[in-house]
Design a protein around this ligand. Structure first.
Ligand code: NAP
Length: 301
């Protein structure tokens, strides 16, 4: 597994999205996925305070990482609705939310703390300013922002050292390539794509008109409504699959490596519910697309 710099952190090119933990996955199932990830060389674990029915993902990770906390780069997020009425990026709440995450994660520091969603009530500069104080206090190592525009990123970066941006980006949702990825490159901020597999659509397991039982989206119809991907996406998926196969790779490998090979992308955090998935996702990161292959990919998307 290759590693890249993300601010002061060194992260695996493929990370693990942890939003299934504490919700669809209980402790035993989470343990199997996390151990498969660590064995495959994945060190970036991406969670959030709200994942797993508010706190469940962080709690399970806290339990599972006892005695091996230093093996991972632990990223979490604040600002979503935790059910206590508090929400957003107000400075006092930032401190309260971070302390609560530290308790659930059973650790004395968070490696990467993201502001999860832009907050209309608080200037982003005030929010990241509050996270900077947590960095100065040694409770946080690096600052991230998520679901931002290029302007929002610029505003945040004018106030604090921003290590990472996390926004949606997959071969079916390429808006980030327009403004945000160039802004990341200009500012030296690492881009971490979320929904890299379009919730599983880019693994090839969803086919038009066929149910995919046991999978997150259940049926294609349900999936299409959940992800707002019209069935027209299948035409793009087929083109992507043909391109991948012509290079001797699978659609899944293209979905991950096609992002990881893009300049500015630091780590691709695919979610997983089974050890085999996480092993396949980690191995997909071994493929480095050439500039020529990336240009061909641009012509498909
Ligand atoms: P994703 O990575 O696009 O898709 C993950 C799903 O794809 C898994 O739950 C699994 O579905 C399926 N899958 C994964 N690997 C597979 C494989 N090798 N073969 C077949 N199926 C496979 O979506 P995501 O997990 O929602 O997003 C990734 C991470 O991004 C999250 O875990 C979270 O950390 C982060 N995220 C951040 C935000 C934000 O606002 N910042 C928003 C969303 C997500 P099954 O359940 O069907 O097995």
């Amino acid at each position: 597994m290759e590693h890249t710099d993300l601010g002061p952190l060194r992260v695996s090119r493929v990370g693990l999205g942890c939003n299934n933990f504490g919700g669809r996955l209980d402790l035993a199932a989470t343990r199997r996925v996390v151990e498969a990830a660590l064995d495959a060389g994945v060190n970036l674990l991406d969670t959030a305070d709200i994942y797993g029915n508010r706190g469940g993902s962080e709690r399970l990770l806290g339990e599972l990482l006892q005695g091996r906390r230093d093996r991972v780069v632990l990223a979490t997020k604040f600002g979503g609705e935790m059910g206590d009425g508090a929400v957003g990026g107000a400075p006092a709440y930032v401190v309260q939310a971070a302390e609560a995450s530290l308790r659930r994660l059973q650790t004395d520091h968070i490696d990467l703390l993201y502001h999860h969603f832009p907050d209309d009530a608080t200037p982003i500069a005030d929010t990241v300013g509050a996270v900077s104080e947590l960095v100065a206090a040694g409770k946080v190592r690096a600052i991230g922002v998520s679901n931002v525009t290029a302007d929002g990123l610029a505003e945040a970066a004018a106030t604090a050292e921003i290590a990472a941006v996390q926004n949606e980006y997959s071969l079916l949702a390429r808006e980030a390539e327009r403004d945000l990825l160039p802004a990341c490159l200009e500012l030296g901020v690492g881009f971490v794509p979320y929904f890299p597999l379009a919730s599983g659509f880019l693994t090839g397991k969803y086919r038009p008109g066929q149910a995919a039982e046991g999978s997150r989206l259940g049926t294609v119809e349900e999936g299409a409504s959940v992800t707002r991907r019209a069935s027209a996406s299948f035409a793009t998926i087929e083109r992507l699959q043909r391109f991948a196969e012509a290079q001797g790779h699978s659609l899944l490998e293209l979905a991950i490596a096609g992002l990881a090979s893009r300049p500015g992308v630091a780590s691709v955090i695919a979610g997983a519910t089974k050890p085999d998935q996480v092993r396949a996702n980690a191995a997909a990161g071994d493929w480095q697309l050439t500039a020529g292959q990336l240009a061909e990919l641009d012509a498909i998307g």
